[in-house]
Design a protein around this ligand. Structure first.
Ligand code: NAD
Length: 369
């Protein structure tokens, strides 16, 4: 039986509440003998600051480096608004991304039929939607130098950010996108702005070369990033995998997210380079939402984003893709039965708390298993 090391970092606010529901699934896998998950637990964000004066301790960083996958809840909250900048809760997540070398951010946008009416778009546009945005996470304009604000001395200032990409960064993110497309519907849409940006010209050139040399079976199309944003709200089902840079990915993944309704539904994965010997990638899985201090402790948090993030770990890090599919089916079945936490209840009163939603998904999952 395969054995995997998982590090659980629940974090702050609703993080521990939603993580507890994912842990019940993990315990079930272990009890059934389907896989052997060795669990370690650590602190991140405000809870780590309270315990260690840092957003993540060195010993928890060492556990993260040694794990097959990190499951991350959420960090932050008003309690830590005034802590020093370098130890603020988000610094824990940034440190994890940096030290684990997580350069590929995967954000699926899936619209469950039972929630199609919760979207701001028409049912026929979003029903059955299943697309994946692959965003480059460690390069581009958020990190390029120079990055300055200069006083020009005449009452004016000049702000500069620098968009930089090198060949290897585009090669590795495009390989992630093509590999994922091979497990889905075999189509990659690469979004950039080659009409006005040199990085866009290079991006287009490198993606085209990697496609021709290594992935002839995948269909590749190029789309200008602004047109991609428009197409996402016009007819999103034309896409399968969208690969794009850090800045455009930030915007396009939020547009795609809102096609599907609540923040409480959205999982994500961040992947690093494959290890030369084992082929395994460093990885971190987390819901897109934050720590939701406004509902923490009330039982109103929707655990689906966290549970679906664990599902992504099954698929992308733990070699259990068939079980990930069953977990997606269990979530769809629970939604089809009309079980709703507050965020997805629409005009109706909610009929499930965090633990009730988690229990309902586990029950459906057991039936499918
Ligand atoms: P948020 O995502 O925490 O909450 C936004 C809104 O969505 C809130 O009304 C919240 O109640 C609701 N919501 C979020 N997740 C939900 C869930 N699972 N179920 C039901 N409702 C849910 O964003 P925010 O309010 O802007 O930020 C709160 C804190 O979280 C801040 O400290 C922020 O810095 C932090 N944050 C952390 C992360 C992260 O850990 N990756 C991401 C975003 C924000």
């Amino acid at each position: 039986m395969a054995s995997y090391k998982l590090l659980l970092l629940p974090g702050d606010g609703i993080g521990p509440e939603v993580m507890a529901e994912a842990e019940k699934l993990i315990a079930w896998f272990n009890a059934q003998g389907i896989a052997r998950f060795e669990i370690e637990r650590g602190l991140v964000g405000g809870s780590a600051y309270d315990a260690h004066g840092k957003a993540i301790s060195e010993s928890d960083m060492a556990l993260a480096m040694a794990s097959d996958a990190v499951l991350f809840g959420a960090v932050g909250g008003p309690k830590w608004d005034k802590v020093p900048y370098e130890v603020r809760p988000e610094a824990g997540l940034l440190r994890l991304r940096k030290d684990l070398g997580l350069f590929a951010n995967l954000r699926p946008a899936i619209c469950y039929p039972a929630l199609a009416d919760a979207s701001s778009l028409k049912r026929e546009v979003v029903e059955g939607l299943d697309i994946l945005i692959v965003r480059e996470l460690t390069g581009g304009v958020y990190f390029g130098e120079p990055k300055t604000i200069t006083d020009l001395g005449n009452g004016q200032k000049r702000g500069i950010d620098t968009q930089v990409y090198e060949t290897y960064e585009i090669e590795r993110i495009s390989r992630v996108a093509f590999d994922l497309a091979l497990t889905r519907r075999n189509k990659v849409s690469s979004a950039e702005k080659r009409n006005v940006m040199k990085t866009g010209v290079l991006w287009n050139e490198v993606v085209t070369r990697i496609h021709a040399a290594e992935y002839p079976k995948v269909t590749l199309e190029h789309v200008l990033a602004d047109n991609c944003a428009m197409q996402l709200v016009r007819w999103p089902k034309q896409y399968d995998v969208i690969v794009t840079d850090n800045l455009f990915g930030d915007v396009l993944s939020d547009v795609a997210a809102m096609l599907t309704g609540s923040l409480g539904m959205l999982p994500s994965a961040s992947l690093g380079a494959p290890d030369a010997r084992s082929g395994r990638r460093k990885s971190l899985y987390e819901p897109v939402h934050g720590s939701a201090p406004d509902i923490a402790g009330t039982g109103a948090a929707n655990p689906i984003a966290m549970i679906a993030s664990f599902g992504m770990a099954l698929r992308y890090s733990l070699g259990l893709g068939d079980w990930a599919t069953k977990l997606d089916q269990a979530i769809a079945a629970v939604l089809a039965r009309g079980i709703r936490t507050r965020d997805i209840a629409g005009d109706q009163p909610p009929n499930a708390t965090t633990t009730q939603m988690g229990a309902a998904i586990l029950d459906e999952f057991k039936k499918l298993a």
